[in-house]
Design a binder for this molecule. Structure first.
Ligand SMILES: *[C@@H]1O[C@H](CO)[C@@H](O)[C@H](O)[C@H]1NC(C)=O
Ligand SMILES: *[C@@H]1O[C@H](CO)[C@@H](O)[C@H](O)[C@H]1NC(C)=O
Length: 411
């Protein structure tokens, strides 16, 4: 009886908060905190931080700098996010990846910032980043050492490390999977979720266990995003294969919990401009975290045109929060589509082949009623097409390139 009553209250609360999935996520949580850990994966949500209502946006050090980072680079990156206008577009997380800590804990068991590269400590860095209106992210690992093996992991130290991060003013934790004890990620990651919830600070929790045990199936209860793939590299094949692997789980992403095909490589030099436009378009329409991975202190105009495309960012941040799917595939020619708020539809026409080709989006593939007339906005040309479209939209697309549209029904 008691539990049935609790479920009834729970359903009523979800109903009253249904306009904001993040709120309902946190309400479910609060009601069930006394339940046992074992029920976690089937019944309830351990995470009630209210974060990630839209996919996170920001920067991460790894793709460009790997272990070659320090507080100077991080501060200059924060400065650059503001001076370039990127922070105004939503890129607010400044995320430090691996190699920020000393190789051993202090005599109280705490993680310590590496003296040679972060001499002022992480708290001072967080204060600096916060003073610019930005948020600071950090990195740890659900194992004994991080992937670089240059610093300890958090396995067995979750409570202490979460409290340390909170005391420093950390806003985001990327939690990697190297050098673990071979137990399942579903045994190790929720321990950190709980520790973060006990830390007294809302910290975005990014699960980075490379898709082991299909985190899309359980990640919503544990984190705000979950990697669905192994690490990306700065080349076309790696990028499109991450996009494909991530697409499989489209139905499981939603406000408060996102599929993560890994961070952006735009601007790192390994792909053509058109290929980077594909990368950014597919990440945006897939509601992936948009974490810039290049050196934002030193970007070209061409790179800025991609990562600062407001219209493409707006698709990613649309409040409906529905991940697009690959709705049609004919050889190398693909149509990706997903719904947006106000009955609009976002579409990417993607040509993965070696030659120029024409690609057609049929309304019955992309989820529009057959007789609907739409205005098509080209998000890379920044203009609306002059004709209205009924039933289909066709475009010629270059090799390794895409077109991206928002289709808006008109009466
Ligand atoms: C800035 O970027 C250019 C290429 O875009 C590169 O040649 C140059 O070395 C970079 N400068 C610094 C300081 O990283
Ligand atoms: C696309 O739509 C146009 C106009 O409605 C129609 O004439 C044409 O036959 C359609 N093409 C295909 C391949 O369905």
């Amino acid at each position: 009886m008691e539990s049935r009553l609790r479920w009834l209250i729970c359903l009523l609360l979800i109903g009253s908060f249904s306009s904001n999935c993040c709120a309902s996520k946190s309400m479910i949580m609060r009601l069930s905190t006394e339940e046992k850990m074992e029920d976690l994966l089937t019944r309830r949500n351990l995470l009630s931080n209210g974060l990630g209502c839209t996919p996170p946006m920001g920067w991460n050090s790894w793709n460009h700098f790997a272990c070659n980072i320090g507080e100077k680079t991080v501060k200059e990156t924060a400065d650059a996010l503001v001076s370039t206008g990127l922070s105004k577009l939503g890129y607010i997380y400044v995320n430090i990846d691996d190699c920020w800590a000393e190789s051993s804990r202090d005599n109280k068991g705490r993680l310590v910032a590496k003296k040679s590269t972060f001499p002022s400590g992480i708290k001072a860095l967080a204060d600096y980043v916060h003073s610019k209106g930005l948020k600071l992210g950090i990195y740890s690992d659900a194992g004994y050492y991080t992937c670089s093996k240059k610093q300890p992991g958090s396995l067995g130290h979750e409570e202490q490390d979460a409290k340390t991060f909170a005391s420093w003013g950390i806003d985001y934790l990327k939690y990697d999977n190297c050098n673990n004890d071979f137990s399942k990620p579903t045994q190790r990651y929720p321990v950190m979720t709980r520790a973060l919830m006990n830390s007294g600070r809302p910290i975005f929790f990014s699960l980075c266990e490379w898709g082991d045990l299909h985190p899309a199936l359980w990640g919503y209860n544990v984190g705000n995003s979950w990697r669905t793939t192994n690490d990306i590299s700065d080349n076309w094949d790696s990028m499109v294969s991450r996009a494909d692997q991530n697409e499989v789980y489209a139905d499981l992403a939603r406000p408060g919990g996102w599929n993560d095909p890994d961070m952006l490589e735009v601007g790192n030099g390994g792909m053509t401009k058109d290929e980077y436009i594909v990368h950014f378009s597919i990440w945006a329409i897939s509601k992936a975290p948009l974490l810039i991975g290049c050196d934002v202190r030193n970007t070209t105009k061409e790179v800025m045109e991609i990562i600062a495309n407001k219209e493409v960012i707006a698709v990613n941040q649309d409040k409906l929060g529905v991940q697009a799917k690959k709705v049609r595939m004919e050889g190398d020619l693909e149509v990706w589509a997903g719904p947006l708020s106000n009955y609009r539809v976002a579409v990417v026409l993607l040509n993965r082949g070696a030659g120029r080709n024409s690609i057609i989006a049929h309304w019955d593939d992309i989820g529009l009623p057959p007789n609907t007339a739409v205005i098509a906005r080209d998000l890379w040309k920044h203009k609306s097409l002059e004709t209205k479209f009924i039933g289909n939209l066709t475009a010629t697309v270059d090799s390794h390139a895409c077109k991206m549209y928002i289709l808006k029904p008109v009466s």
